[in-house]
Design a protein around this ligand. Sequence first.
Ligand SMILES: [Zn+2]
Length: 312
Amino acid sequence: MKMISLRKWVIKFFFGTSIFLLMLSLVLIVLTSLYANWMGTTQAKNERLNERIADQEQRIQSLKQNVVAQNKTVSRMRTKLEKSEEELQEIREMEIKLRRFLDLKHKKPLSEDRSHQGGFKMDGDGEVAEIPMENSTANMKSDQVVSYSLTLKESLREVVRSLEQKKEQLRHTPSILPVKGEDVWMSADFGRRTNPITGRREMHTGIDVAGGYKTPIVAPAEGKVYRIGESRILGKYVRIRHSDGLRTTYGHLHSFATKKGARVERGDVIGYMGNTGRSTGTHLHYEVVHNSKAKDPMKYVLDRKSQTLSLR
Ligand SMILES: [Zn+2]
């Protein structure tokens, strides 16, 4: 009895254990495969993530490059804009000079309300007021540059029309610096000043242009030499009559290259720069008289920018 139940127990035990082990193996197999599966997915996920990160990094890199390129373009365009503003300003100065020279006034506002934002503004009577350079150019925006240049073009057309009408008169109007060469400079401008020799306040009725000894002096317009002479103050001088009311004088010459009564054209050499008369150094004293009134000769100099002739 005892034996039988022991065998039964042993059989039961082995049977049970086998089933248990079988179940355990099954569970282990399932768990292992689940784990392997999970590992596989995670790895794939990681790989995808890495790929996306690399992708994004590449995009960031190319965006950075874009930004750098765009910054370069912007700064290039800004430089160009500034350059064109400067050039417009130069044309504008030339235009103002031409208008003064031709006695032309602005009849209409230059460009609606914007005329004040740009490089210039006008007084009530239409005269152009001088504006400091830095304000006039730096504040202009690109669309203002466009409207500014359109207005300028219109204004210049009028100047050209006037030039054509006055062609004959202009041949007789001084319009160039009567000194040859580039290495010349203004040593005294027109107007009230303290005389360097007498120390007294007086009116300087012309401009002094200094340069090298014997620099050629040329006629600034067509005319007739009506006087050649030598005086204590002016030294050797030449006077030219260009038209009824317009005369010019050249003082402190070293020597003459023309004769009394000679007809001269613009650019003809009439003498050489010197230091004769009441003079402290080699220079030309240049005077323009219109209807018996001394005028600022720089208003009759269109071929040089005033900056290149500034006082020194
Ligand atoms: Zn002088």
